[in-house]
Ligand binder design. Structure first.
Ligand SMILES: NC(=O)c1ccc[n+]([C@@H]2O[C@H](COP(=O)([O-])OP(=O)(O)OC[C@H]3O[C@@H](n4cnc5c(N)ncnc54)[C@H](O)[C@@H]3O)[C@@H](O)[C@H]2O)c1
Length: 434
């Protein structure tokens, strides 16, 4: 069975099933299509399937033309999970958020697995890509698949291979980002390497799915902890009247042993604020407390409040109270030049401003309307920046340093700017660092 599947992957006659067509699943689909596989895309969101079918996109950096082209070349989007039997490989790219107690919410991963299991057949490989705690693949997925009568490593194969997408980064693409892959058994790993080796330049095999799950968490926790550190350094630097961005830039000239991380208004995105808690939760089962992770989380999640404090200080210099002031948040996306506002600290900034009685607005050229969110509900549309609109606010908070903003125009017409990204270097009367 293994050799049959290897042969199909090798001659590209295998059908690749991608389950969850979001920021991770869609680029992967494009890559498999590019090299000539047929791809079946499954998603529970019918509106996404409908758009894809007619060659439309819902992710800014994936052009509609690319979707239309892939449909013409063998991409078939569907919400009919019984079609999973047609696929030789099933790659799961579904969300892994936290629940309201900051604990892992595996309901999407398990829900998807449960809807696929009745349609699995011998000779398939299942790969989980969603970020999760070590043990998810062999403790949760393996027994579910084996209950369907398949034996992992013999009649079916199971791997974990974490996604490393960096949306908006022009220096890397799906093909050139090395991909880590661990299998439940050596045969599974071999199949995993063959599955990804066809579309990724470098596949990095590891000894188990648990090791692969831990790799992803280490990468993201490394970022979260270092961003926490640099956010703390920012607070100290600010008190000492030192520009932290200047310091980081100079430190980054050290050719070894230093990696630059940048402070900001708080952590955002689907990964960095969330993933560390997957490990924290699982570590408890082993009697280990992850203090570094928790401390970084504490510092990072206090950043929006710090920005608000600085905004109050800034308004104070104009003899204005936050209550009743008009405040515009520049940037709703969690990082520059993307349209993704998941976990964005800008939403928290708007919420804190609103709670203090400010009149709030936001401007983000990538996000025309405030999207539906679990924790925030604002009926807001992006404000167009013009000399008049800028001048109509008491204060602007620069939360996301999109390239599309006209920084000179903003500076020319804003009375006060609270800059969380180190864009403006001088004029401490108009610009407050935060
Ligand atoms: N976005 C990134 O840059 C990134 C990077 C690395 C890892 N990840 C991880 O990859 C995973 C997916 O993230 P994403 O950003 O692509 O999320 P996303 O929300 O963009 O996409 C997930 C898709 O899955 C679909 N879905 C939800 N439940 C489903 C189900 N039961 N069956 C089938 N489809 C279902 C949703 O409709 C959506 O289209 C997460 O675990 C995330 O942590 C994301």
């Amino acid at each position: 069975m293994k050799n049959e599947l290897l042969a199909k992957l090798d001659d590209r006659s295998a059908v690749i099933g991608i389950v969850g067509l979001g920021y991770v699943g869609l680029p992967l689909m494009l890559r498999y299509i590019e090299v000539g596989y047929r791809v079946l895309g499954l998603d529970i969101d019918q509106s996404k399937i409908d758009k894809l079918k007619v060659g439309q996109t819902y992710i800014e950096h994936i052009p509609a033309a690319k979707i239309a082209e892939s449909i013409a070349n063998g991409f078939e989007p569907s919400s009919d999970f019984s079609r999973a039997a047609e696929a030789d490989a099933l790659i799961l790219c579904v969300p892994t958020p936290l629940d309201e107690h900051l604990e892992p919410d595996l309901s999407y991963v398990l829900g998807t697995t449960d809807s696929l299991v009745p349609h699995l057949r011998p000779g398939q490989v299942v790969s989980l890509e969603s970020t999760t705690y070590p043990g998810t693949t062999d403790e949760e997925l393996q027994p579910r698949i084996e209950r369907a009568g398949l034996t992992i490593g013999e009649t079916a194969f199971l791997v974990y291979s974490p996604e490393r997408e960096d949306p908006g980064n022009p220096n890397f693409c799906t093909r050139t980002i090395p991909k880590v892959c661990g299998g439940v058994t050596p045969a599974c790993r071999e199949i995993g390497q063959a599955l990804y080796g066809q579309v990724i330049d470098q596949v990095v095999p590891v000894s188990s799915t648990r090791a692969a799950e831990m790799v992803k968490l280490l990468e993201n926790i490394h970022r979260a902890v270092n961003i926490g550190l640099v956010n703390e350094m920012k607070l100290v630097a600010e008190r000492m009247d030192i520009d932290i961005f200047e310091v980081i830039k100079a430190a980054a000239t050290k050719p070894f042993g230093f990696v630059p991380y940048y402070p900001g208004p708080g952590l955002g995105g689907h990964c960095i604020p969330i993933d560390p808690f997957y490990l924290t939760w699982k570590a408890k089962e082993y009697g280990v407390r992850t203090r570094f992770i928790e401390l970084a989380g504490e510092i990072n999640s206090s950043m929006p409040s710090y920005v608000i404090e600085r905004t109050i200080e800034a308004l104070n210099t104009r003899r204005k109270a936050m209550n009743g002031s008009r405040v515009l948040v520049l940037g709703l996306a969690y990082k520059k030049d993307v349209d993704d506002s998941r976990e964005s600290p800008s939403a928290e900034l708007l919420s804190l401003l609103h709670a203090k009685g400010a009149h709030i607005d936001y401007s983000d050229p990538h996000i025309p309307e405030f999207p539906e969110k679990r924790d925030y509900d604002f009926d807001l549309a992006s404000v167009e920046l013009s000399p008049e609109s800028i001048a109509s606010y008491d204060c602007l908070i620069l939360a996301t340093d999109h390239k599309a903003f006209d920084y000179e125009l903003i500076k020319a017409h804003a009375d006060l700017i609270v800059d969380t990204r180190g864009v403006y270097k001088d004029d401490r009367k108009q610009v407050f660092r935060a």
